[in-house]
Design a binder for this molecule. Sequence first.
Ligand code: CTP
Ligand code: MG
Length: 227
Amino acid sequence: MSEFHALVPAAGFGARMGIEVPKQYLDLAGQPMIWHAISTLCACPDIKTVYVVLAPDDEYFSQYDWSHCEGKLAPLYCGGATRAESVANGLLAAELEPDDWVLVHDAARPCLTQHLLSRMISELRDDPVGGILAVPVADTLKRADAQQRIACTEPREGLWQAQTPQMFRAGLLAGALAHCKTVTDEASAIEAMGLQPKLVASDSSNFKVTYPHDIVLAELLLKHKNN
Ligand code: CTP
Ligand code: MG
């Protein structure tokens, strides 16, 4: 029977956060940002291993206490120059069975809940392609011109914002990423193979911490988190 594994790309610098420490190690509600997503993934009974793809020279990860992860945690010091490269390197190093499911989740999405995780696994475990958590676009969309004035209003019908986890068979994903090095998420690589990943409805609480002002909201959500 195929197993479920998580893979957490965590080899970025967090340039848009504008601080010296990589953003995944910023303190968030008393723990480094990366601790929250890893702890949620490790607590999921379906998930066997949580691979964390770190920069080869990462000096932070090993300084924290990971004893609550019950031997599920596998750090891999093989991060690359882009997120796609980090994921591809991690998949190679993890040596998963081609039919195993892998849930790729950003270290920078600390507010993932057990509820969303189990919804995703139960909706996709028998799917022929796999899929991603995503949210239907709620705001009205404007296209800007070169002067940052509104050129037009774009219809938002049928538009979704992609989140993570993104869940695919390990063999399919490794093959897709080998052909497609410039993508910003795993689904794009699968789409480039002519396949159609499923959209699993999520909510905006699973947002990506990118800019300094995202920290306040993430802390607020984490303090009230009850899965
Ligand atoms: N990531 C990675 N390897 C890279 C770049 C990014 O593993 N070479 C990871 C980040 O650590 C993060 C996730 O991919 O967990 C999502 O990327 P993003 O939010 O863009 O993080 P950064 O690339 O670190 O931030 P920025 O783009 O602002 O520099
Ligand atoms: Mg980035």
